[in-house]
Each structure stands twice: as structure tokens, then as C-alpha cells.
Design a protein around this ligand. Structure first.
Ligand SMILES: *[C@@H]1O[C@H](CO)[C@@H](O)[C@H](O)[C@H]1NC(C)=O
Length: 351
């Protein structure tokens, strides 16, 4: 079978869920891109599609059998899905059982995983033991209601973060991936979408600049850390060959540095430039209140980052014993800080 390439119009994922007008624009973009591909004679090989978050459809408190596209964007989703159908393009959906758990503390945690430790939920004669099946089948029913049965479904994103949330840790991530890979290896699909399902993991590495508006977990989706080091052993084949993913090689690190209290700092708020010109009276008031704020805030205490090519030689042995050097935390003072402070820092970072 010829391999079909996908051209993803990514911009819409979140926006489509919130803005109908924006969605219409994306729909036009979708049509224009595919039209261009078709007229270039590439339409059979390259398909334009718009990845969607799973919040474009819902089933309320009912099971998947009651699924449908959200009423506020149903017309638009109908148009998009018909377009997929006419052009043989796939529906890409991002499914995150973790997010269900994160958003709803009453969500039955076992239902997020695949190890059948949960009581099955019956719906229209079908037993569901995991959220993935129930979610994907809600999409199948929604497509059917939109007269778009037969559109291929691809899981555009799936994964589990390892930090930044009550449910974001390596134990749960490992459990999720392990069950998911095993399930995918059977190629059995879901009750309403039987067979092989193409899927893409989210994500490869942690991202230190990803927005944390939805939560701190956003920077911890990687199966690799930010520096390319693997986090935990995985069995990507789902057939019992668990192994540590192979890490990136030759990653260069900055040297370790200490943060040191600047003993000459008196009031750092006073030295802080004001960004906008304001009237003298309110300026003084604002300065006073901002310095109170600064002095209270532990994050803004008057520390100074020092830079030196040489770590302080007398401190090196202490650090290597405490493990501070290997944990990669902020370390290494330069301007001869008190020795006791150095030792304290080392101990706290290995604790
Ligand atoms: C992972 O998270 C779960 C749920 O919050 C918790 O019960 C478990 O102890 C955590 N495991 C680790 C190793 O932190």
C-alpha cells in the first residue's frame, strides 16, 4: 500500500474549540491547501488535515453511544469532516486521559489506564474498561451522526507527563505507556473502531518554554528529559521488550555555578527601573509598595548570580561527596562564599 503523507494544519487545535470564526478560516485554509495539492497532482499522496483536541465532541454523562460534535461548533465540524470524507483524508485526534484526571478529581483514576483494574462501564451493550476506548468511540459515533462514517481516525497525540501535577509522575506515566503499547500491539483497536490504529506520542522531549497556563505539567510531557536523557524504561513494541530509550549523545552542559547573596545589596527594589513614566506622587507610592512586595517575595530576595571560569577549589571535595554536582541543581559559588553555606546547599540538593 502506498504510504500517504499528511500535511497538518496545526494552528487550529485549541483555537477551533473556542472560536467559530477562526475555525471557518482554518476550514478555508484546509480546502485551499488540498486544492493546491490536487492541482499539483499530489492529492493522492499528500492529505491536508486539521488535528483536533478531543473536546470538539462530547457525550455528556452518557456513554460513547450518545456522542456528537459540540453543538456550538457542530456545523463547522460537519463541514470539516465531509471534506475529510470527500478527500480521503484522516481525522487526527489528541486523546489525553491524563487531562481528564487533572481536570476532574472525581474521574475514576483506574479508567485512565489499560490494566483492567476498573469496573467496566456498560454502554449500549458494550463494556468499556478504559477512557481511551470510550473517547475514541465517542468520535466514531460523532462522525457517524455527521454522515462521515468511514473517515480514518489517527491518534495525533497521546502521552503522559512526569511532573508538575498530582498525577504527573514517572510511575503513572510508565503505567500508562506500558498499557497503551501493549494494547496497540494487539492491533485490535476499540469496540467501534476495530483494527490497527496509527498513533503519535506526545512528546519526545520536555520543553522548558512551553506555556504553563494549563498547569506546570506542560513542560514535562517528554519521554526524554530536556537534555535528551531517557526518563524510564519503555516497551514501545508492546511485546515484552522493555528497554531504556537511547539518550542523546554529546549534550554539552554549562558549568555549575553558585548563587551568592550580595552582601552590599540594600534595597534592590529602589534600583529597579520603572517601565512607564508616572506622576511623582503615585510613583513614590508605587515604589514603596513594590519594594514591600519584593522584600516579602522569597523568589526575589537580593541574590546575585556570579560567574567564574573556575569553581572554587576548596569546595570541590564537599560537593562531590554530597552529590550536588551530579544532581545538576544550582551550585558553585565563586567569590569565596562561607564554607558552611556551601555545605548546606550541597546537602539540601541531595536530600
Ligand atoms: C504518583 O502519583 C500517584 C497519584 O497522585 C501517587 O499515588 C503516587 O504515589 C505517585 N508516585 C510517585 C512515585 O510519586
Amino acid at each position: 500500500m502506498a504510504h500517504i503523507k499528511l500535511l497538518l494544519i496545526w494552528a487550529c487545535c485549541l483555537a477551533l474549540s473556542t472560536s467559530f470564526a477562526y475555525g471557518l478560516g482554518v476550514n478555508w485554509a484546509l480546502q485551499n491547501v488540498q486544492k493546491a495539492l490536487n492541482s499539483a497532482g499530489l492529492g493522492d499522496k499528500i492529505k491536508a488535515t486539521i488535528p483536533q483536541n478531543a473536546d470538539v465532541y462530547e457525550s455528556g454523562n452518557s456513554g460513547p453511544s450518545q456522542g456528537d460534535f459540540r453543538s456550538d461548533i457542530r456545523d463547522l465540524m460537519q463541514k470539516i469532516c465531509s471534506f475529510f470524507k470527500d478527500n480521503n483524508a484522516p481525522f487526527l485526534v489528541n486523546i489525553y486521559p491524563f487531562l481528564s484526571l487533572h481536570k476532574n478529581k472525581h474521574f475514576p483514576i483506574e479508567f485512565a489506564f489499560f490494566d483492567g483494574q476498573t469496573k467496566a462501564v456498560r454502554d449500549n451493550g458494550i463494556s468499556y474498561t478504559n477512557m481511551f476506548d470510550a473517547n475514541l468511540d465517542t468520535l466514531v459515533v460523532s462522525l457517524k451522526k455527521a454522515s462521515c462514517s468511514g473517515v480514518k481516525i489517527i491518534v495525533g497525540e497521546i502521552g503522559w507527563p512526569t511532573d508538575g501535577d498530582l498525577y504527573g509522575n514517572v510511575t503513572l506515566a510508565k503505567r500508562f505507556y506500558s498499557g497503551f503499547f501493549k494494547k496497540m500491539a494487539t492491533k485490535k483497536g476499540t469496540p467501534l473502531y476495530p483494527g490497527f490504529i496509527e498513533y503519535y506520542l506526545f512528546s519526545l522531549t520536555d520543553e522548558n518554554e512551553k506555556s504553563i497556563l494549563p498547569g506546570s505539567f506542560e513542560r514535562h510531557w517528554g519521554i526524554f528529559r530536556y537534555d535528551g536523557k531517557p526518563k524510564f524504561p519503555m516497551d514501545i513494541t508492546g511485546q515484552g521488550h522493555e528497554a531504556m530509550p537511547i539518550g542523546a549523545k554529546n549534550v554539552k552542559y554549562l558549568e555549575n555555578k553558585w548563587c551568592v547573596l550580595n552582601k552590599y545589596a540594600e534595597d534592590i527594589a529602589a534600583a529597579r527601573p520603572l517601565s512607564s513614566p508616572i506622576a511623582p506622587a503615585s510613583r513614590a507610592k508605587r515604589q514603596a509598595s513594590s519594594s514591600r512586595r519584593l522584600l516579602r517575595s522569597p523568589l526575589l530576595s537580593p541574590f546575585r548570580l556570579t560567574n567564574s571560569a573556575q569553581p572554587h577549589p576548596s569546595l570541590t571535595p564537599d560537593l562531590s561527596q554530597t552529590g550536588a554536582a551530579t544532581t545538576g541543581r544550582a551550585t558553585i559559588p565563586t567569590d569565596a562564599p562561607p564554607r558552611s553555606a556551601a555545605i548546606t546547599a550541597g546537602h539540601s540538593s541531595s536530600a
